[in-house]
Design a protein around this ligand. Structure first.
Ligand SMILES: Nc1nc2c(ncn2[C@@H]2O[C@H](COP(=O)(O)OP(=O)(O)OP(=O)(O)O)[C@@H](O)[C@H]2O)c(=O)[nH]1
Ligand SMILES: [Zn+2]
Length: 347
């Protein structure tokens, strides 16, 4: 288990460089489709997600024993980078409809392929790779255990803290966290003056479009401000600002999901169609932050049962759940209904 190996692999992927994924069931030499140049290959092969294979009409060729496993496809003829991206990215299907037919090939090492898909998500890239016969000599090697070690939240610790008066409270303090491998800088804002009462706690996942740009497509911005107001009115509260943009798929992939939503898919189907889970966030990060802040019991402000379940399973006492409902607008009404009906958000 070596989180550094995963960090090196993620760095390579962001730059379009090769990686080698070493799993107990075999090895894959891969180059990311989104950032990497198409390799010279007599018979180009791509590794794509199970969901993408279904959209490309390869469902009947998939391994029945592993319906969710990534799929290896052979591309007939020449494959350049633009075509590879079009094959990988469902948000381009309307503008580049003519693709295929493709044939699925046996996947040599499903465990290596699965780890590669996780790495793509962590790198914020399309989950798709060129399968190489040989990787660049200096390509980093990474194992599934390395990927798990990278995502391990228990190395999270406080790195810096400072007084930060904000519009809802002039006695707030900001606390920033660091972990060993993951470079995301999670932040806690402690609002008001801590006392013996249980704090109002809000886990807020980063949403650049909603938090900063005032997007009307989601409820993030109003929820953020509603939570800060509620904390200012309570004795004290803690906003945990988690850098898990787009429910953990990253900003660019979230914008691809938005493109799909404009084509009629809802927020859940859009994520899945891109080859990602409905929700890829890890709320264990929040439990670790509360531990570092010495806050064992809270009043949790959320409508999301998953947040409650994960925190409770990690030993956080949730004395009370406080709902956080935002009135709908014409742009997010469908999104809010989808959250209620498909991801179990409470009212
Ligand atoms: N992938 C994706 N992410 C989205 C979309 N809309 C909002 N997000 C992200 O979703 C996260 C906010 O999560 P929500 O599901 O709104 O709320 P929640 O945090 O699960 O639950 P509550 O605590 O009840 O608000 C942020 O990271 C947003 O960037 C979308 O359509 N697709
Ligand atoms: Zn949002």
């Amino acid at each position: 288990m070596n989180a550094r190996a995963a960090a090196r692999a993620l760095d390579a992927l962001a730059r379009g460089w090769d990686i080698i994924v070493d799993a107990p069931d075999g090895q894959l030499a891969l180059r990311p489709v989104e950032t990497g140049a198409a390799p010279e290959a007599a018979q180009p092969r791509l590794l794509i997600s199970a969901a993408r294979a279904i959209t490309l009409k390869l469902a009947n060729q998939k391994d029945a024993a592993r319906p969710d496993a990534p799929v290896c496809i052979a591309v007939p003829g020449a494959l350049d980078s633009a075509l590879a991206v079009a094959i990988a990215d469902p948000s381009l299907d309307l503008s580049r409809p003519m693709k295929g037919p493709f044939a699925a090939q046996p996947l040599p090492s499903p465990q290596a392929a699965e780890a590669a898909m996780q790495l793509a998500r962590l790198a914020g890239l399309l989950p798709a790779y060129h399968i190489l016969t040989e990787a660049e000599a200096e390509a980093p090697r990474v194992t599934p255990a390395d990927v798990a070690a990278y995502a391990d939240p228990t190395t999270l610790r406080i790195a810096a803290r400072a007084r930060l008066p904000v519009s809802t409270s002039d006695t707030a303090e900001i606390v920033a966290f660091r972990s060993d491998a993951d470079f995301h800088e999670h932040v806690a804002l402690i609002v008001g003056t801590p006392d013996d009462s249980l704090p109002v706690v809000r886990l807020h996942s980063e949403c650049l479009t909603g938090d900063v740009l005032g997007s009307l497509k989601c409820d993030c911005g109003p929820q953020l401000h509603g939570a800060l107001h509620a904390m200012a009115h309570a004795q004290w509260g803690i906003l945990l600002y988690l850098r898990q943009e787009g429910r953990g798929i990253g900003l660019i992939n979230k914008l691809r999901a938005y493109q799909l939503q404009d084509q009629g898919f809802d927020t859940v189907d859009a994520n899945n169609r891109l080859g990602f889970p409905t929700d890829a966030r890890d709320f264990a990060v929040a439990a670790q932050m509360l531990k570092a802040l010495h806050v064992p019991a809270i009043r949790l402000m959320t409508n999301n049962p998953e947040k409650q379940a994960v925190l409770a399973s990690l030993g956080v006492t949730i004395a009370e759940r406080l709902p956080l409902q935002i009135p709908a607008n014409p742009h997010n009404a469908h999104y809010l209904v989808t959250k209620r009906d498909r991801t179990g958000h409470q009212l």
